[in-house]
Write a protein that binds this ligand. Structure first.
Ligand code: BES
Ligand code: ZN
Length: 1000
């Protein structure tokens, strides 16, 4: 019995005993050491050939192992002596430089230096310099790790993990082996080729385990570590942690190093074999990546399962789940005939809420086959829902782990938006199986390679499922609100960042949403067929590899025979480009001339004058001013210069320009447009997106016009333009025969965050007053229309999730929202009636939202009823907290503080925490309360949660990112809070990085 059996356990071998997986991997005995080393030599020689073989076809892993073992069994290479384990020697600082890029010492900046001051801001207690990591410092790993065997003895308070890795030095570098590992790991023992290594020959540093080159064999060797973990103490929710009674993992980006010492970087791809052992009553379910190849009972009520993932994968895709869960099962047959077993798991009481997730998964699988010819490559695809999760969901190979908010749904607990989100997030994680897992990222700076691309794929899928224009409008609203805001503040960065301190801070709207826009631009420039050709070449070239954004761009360019060199600037320049437009029509020459100029405003570290023009598709159409009909259908202009003129011939009449159709590039357009022109486009543009955008521009123009008045009193005394009222009236009049979802979107006013991005300095009071005033004035002027449409869209029959029904409900609830602005007793009754008679969460929550901003008896009744009927359902309670945090009432700060003391508030649960705090941070009047109480409430909460969960704290800290744009009083108050946060002793590097960037 030899340790190599770990890697060849399934293969019949000459002269070797079959390894029995019901027992943990045995230690090597001295007798086998010489034999082992001869195998190692052979492996080193074979390594490149084997790796290439594995890369050519990752499905041939079984062949790979057979090859390895057969050769091993037959080979008769002369054994070499093991490197002499040096006797006890004091650990000196003579080790060489770090081995991995992640530990490169050649950073070209010192990082963010932060002094920890006392609470009074006096003396400096400690000085910490967090290391900044640079994209250009990337170096390939000096080691490959072809195989990893992990044996877990699982327990919530103590888990013992034995990890055996086969490590291949790429070249004889004679440097220390520096493994990533954090203080969540307690090392119990370390062996190389079965020989115990003395603590004198390794060193545990803050974030690494450094093994001296003295004890490293020059050829392939086996490293075995035994570590202890405490999952129930892990409140960061990264690594192995307890969620309720379940144990689960989260490894992206750098969570694997919280589980075991490893080369935790996405370009080290390994084959994993995972043995899970646990008490059967507590953890009857044991899951990991890939296929369960063995399971069995053990003495003392224990059991085990052995999981083999046939694919090479980076450590961030590793996953384990152990628990006592309910589940539903189904199968999916791929076009080529593979039958994939599908399982979705959650807490037992929630199993009735899994059907929509299963439907979403099967639709996603079908769509990827139909659209890209991409089939599921797995025999088993499992999805697990957990209540404690930092993000939305995670694409671990064959074992996705989801925030339960993106899995569980039934009509009485989930809104239409929840149903849509589940569809989109299930699809997103499934699509990663190709874009992310089969082809992964070389380093974390390339994150948008997988995320931007996969977001674009999920957006495309959702628009095919639920309606192109509606989905596009929702995506652009999100982009403008979140990403444009980020681009205009201290956190602005290119979609492929140049440096980071905490990678977790770079899962941003820019990497994701702007990244998806960049992918969408390839598609617009190349056409759907050209884009698909590019994708095909990308997989042909890079399947099984860890690659870069440049590789993706090259595949798109080469597959289409085009030059996309200039397009690279989208990856390196931050900021939202601004396009200015001038146009003229020459009636005698029948020529229409359009001149576009582009500039990109300065962002941290990048001056406007240094930014170069970007290549972008501008989709335009021309409409007849007289008839409203289309003169020129959509045409893609390739815009590449700082200033460029496009001439349209044979234009028989003076046209109305419809620019940036479908929002063909993620830019801001500065274009003088009269109210009348916008009203014309609202009514006639043949591009549905632009019809909506015209209404949005007109609303924006009206609101910002009012916000520019001298005082709040002046705003309240103003009339809103009649053209605007008439345009809204016209669209409401078409309600019976127009798309309800689109109409509801055109009635929704732009949100305050998006409006704020358009102002050089934000006067909160005026901006809020202006938006509210416009809403109330429209409601007053069009009351009977809103009442008519409200009545017309009332529900009949039971809940159904489809585009027609979600559209109808949306329109119904937008009308309710307008009608509620008068804060009358009749309105309170209307909302309460809807609340009581609603047949689904969508209508019930909309009614509750209307009441939440209305200080009336019905408000308290409805909130109480809602709370009671939630019966402890976590996702419903989150809605209850969220709706109150978002209310428009004068004393929301006090109310939110009370809610934080509510017995159901949980600091340690990210969903619950965000339902109160993130929503409060987005409530502009409350967060920016003039006395600074909103700021203090949020910063106290940041400091508090940072001690448990830095990722959650760092995200909330971004509520302050726009502080420089506000009036001087608020600016000072916010700055003081930021300073208070950063002077907190023991503040995490995540939060420190965000706050330091804000203060810079
Ligand atoms: N890979 C991410 C999830 C992730 C990233 C988890 C970093 C932990 C740390 C996943 O594919 C993802 O992008 N999820 C999104 C949802 C998606 C629909 C955009 C998320 O979690 O927000
Ligand atoms: Zn993703």
């Amino acid at each position: 019995m030899t340790p190599l059996d770990v890697f060849t356990y399934k293969v019949p071998k000459v002269g070797l005993t079959k390894w029995d997986p019901t027992h943990a991997c045995p230690l090597i005995d001295g007798m086998h050491l010489v034999w082992l080393l001869s195998i190692c030599i052979m492996l080193a020689q074979m390594h490149n050939a084997i790796r290439n073989l594995a890369r050519q076809n990752v499905r041939s892993m079984r062949g790979f192992m057979t090859l390895q073992s057969n050769l091993g069994a037959r080979s008769n290479l002369s054994p070499i002596l093991p490197p002499r384990m040096k006797s006890a020697m004091a650990w000196t600082a003579t080790f060489g430089v770090g081995l991995t890029a992640a530990h490169s010492t050649q950073s070209n900046s010192a990082g963010v230096a932060v002094c920890h001051g006392s609470a009074e801001g006096g003396e400096v207690a400690t000085s910490v310099v967090d290391k900044e990591i640079f994209r250009l410092d990337y170096k390939p790993s000096l080691y490959n790790v072809p195989e990893i065997y992990m044996d877990f003895q699982l327990g919530a308070s103590s888990t013992i993990l034995t990890t055996t890795s086969l490590i291949h030095p790429v070249a004889n570098s004679n440097t220390d082996l520096v493994l990533d590992g954090e203080d969540s790991i307690k090392l119990r023992s370390l062996k190389i080729n079965g020989v115990l290594i003395s603590p004198d020959d390794y060193k545990i540093e803050e974030e690494t385990l450094r093994i001296s080159s003295r004890v490293l064999p020059p050829v392939a060797f086996k490293l075995e570590t035994v570590v202890e973990l405490q999952p129930d103490k892990n409140l960061q929710l990264a690594g192995l942690y307890a969620s309720g009674q379940m144990l689960c993992t989260q490894c992206e980006a750098l969570g694997f190093r919280r589980i075991t010492y490893s080369l935790d970087r996405p370009d080290v791809l390994s084959k994993y074999l995972v043995r899970l052992e646990a008490d059967k009553a507590t953890f009857p379910l044991l899951l990991s990546n890939g296929n369960k190849i063995q399971e069995g009972e053990l003495p003392e009520g224990r059991h085990f399962a052995l999981w083999e993932d046939p694919f090479l994968k980076p450590s961030y895709l590793f996953a384990v789940v152990a628990g006592n869960l309910g589940s539903i099962h189904d199968t999916y047959k791929t076009t080529s005939g593979r039958v994939v077993k599908l399982g979705i798991y959650c807490d037992k009481p929630d199993v009735g809420k899994l059907d929509h997730a299963m439907y979403s998964l099967k639709q996603s699988m079908k769509w990827d086959e139909d659209t890209f010819g991409l089939e599921c490559d797995l025999d088993v695809y499992n999805v697990v829902a957990t209540a404690d999760f930092n993000m939305g969901a995670m694409e671990n190979k064959g074992l996705n782990i989801f925030n339960s908010a993106y899995v569980l749904a039934n009509p009485t607990t989930a809104t239409d938006t929840d149903y849509e989100n589940i569809l989109g997030v299930i699809a997103h994680e499934y699509f990663h199986n190709w874009t992310g897992n089969r082809v992964t990222c070389r380093d974390w700076f390339q994150l948008t390679l997988k995320e931007g691309l996969t977001v674009h794929r999920d957006q495309w899928f959702s628009s095919d499922m639920t309606g192109l224009a509606v989905k596009r409008i929702a995506d652009v609203r999100g982009l403008r609100s979140r990403q444009f805001t980020e681009d205009a503040g201290p956190m602005a960065h290119p979609i492929r960042p140049d440096s980071y301190i905490s990678m977790d801070n770079f899962y941003t709207a820019t990497v994701y949403s702007k990244g998806a826009e960049v992918i969408r631009m390839y598609r617009t420039l190349l056409g759907d067929d050209g884009f698909k050709k590019g994708m095909k070449l990308y997989f042909q070239r890079h399947d099984g590899h860890a690659v870069t954004c440049d590789d993706f761009r090259a595949a798109m360019a080469d597959a289409n025979g085009v030059d996309l060199a200039q397009f690279e600037r989208w990856y390196s320049q931050a900021g939202t480009p601004v396009i200015t437009v001038s146009q003229s029509y020459d009636a005698s020459a029948k020529k229409f001339t359009l001149t576009l100029k582009q500039r990109t405003p300065s962002t941290p570290g990048q001056k406007q004058e240094d930014k170069k023009p970007l290549m972008m598709p501008i989709v335009v159409g021309l409409l007849s001013e007289k008839t409203g009909k289309e003169i020129l259908p959509s045409k893609v202009l390739k815009f590449t210069e700082a200033s460029e003129t496009f001439v349209f011939e044979n234009v028989m009449e003076k046209p109305v320009l419809s620019l940036l159709r479908g929002f063909s590039a993620p830019v801001n357009v500065e274009q003088e447009q009269s109210d009348a022109e916008l009203a014309f486009l609202m009514a006639h543009d043949t591009d549905t997106f632009n019809r909506w955008d015209a209404s949005n521009r007109l609303s924006t123009k009206v609101i910002l016009g009012l916000a520019g008045k001298q005082s709040v009193d002046d705003i309240l005394a103003s009339e809103i333009p009649q053209t605007y009222v008439d345009a809204v009236k016209t669209s409401l009049a078409t309600s019976a025969n127009s798309d309800a979802a689109l109409l509801s979107l055109s009635l929704q006013l732009p949100d305050l965050t998006t409006l704020a991005t358009m102002l050089a300095e934000v006067d909160v009071d005026k901006l809020v007053a202006a938006r509210n005033h416009v809403k109330k004035a429209l409601a007053r002027a069009l009351k009977s229309e809103f009442e008519r449409v409200y009545a017309q869209t009332v529900h009949k029959g039971s809940y159904e999730f489809n585009s027609a029904e979600t559209g109808r409900r949306r329109l119904h609830n937008v009308c309710l929202d307008y009608l509620s602005t008068d804060l009358s007793a009749a309105s309170a009754q209307r909302s309460k009636k809807q609340f009581d008679s609603a047949n689904c969460m969508t209508d019930r929550l909309a009614a509750l939202a209307a009441l939440a901003s209305h200080d009336c008896p019905e408000r308290d009744q409805a909130l109480e009823q809602f709370y009671k009927s939630a019966e402890g359902d976590a996702l419903v309670l989150n809605k209850w907290f969220g709706i109150q945090a978002l209310a428009d009432l004068p004393d929301v700060v006090a109310r939110a503080k009370n809610l934080k003391s509510h017995p159901d508030f949980l600091l340690s649960n990210p969903n619950r925490f965000r339902s109160l705090l993130t929503n409060f941070g987005m409530n502009m009047p409350a967060f920016h309360a003039a006395d600074g109480s909103g700021y203090k409430f949020v910063s106290d909460s940041i400091i508090e949660v940072d001690a448990l969960n830095p990722q959650v704290a760092a995200r909330l800290a971004q509520s302050f990112s726009q502080w420089k744009k506000f009036d001087s009083r608020r600016r000072d108050l916010m700055k003081a809070e930021l300073q208070r946060i950063i002077s907190t002793p023991t503040l995490s590097k995540d939060t420190k990085e965000v706050v330091a960037r804000c203060l810079k």
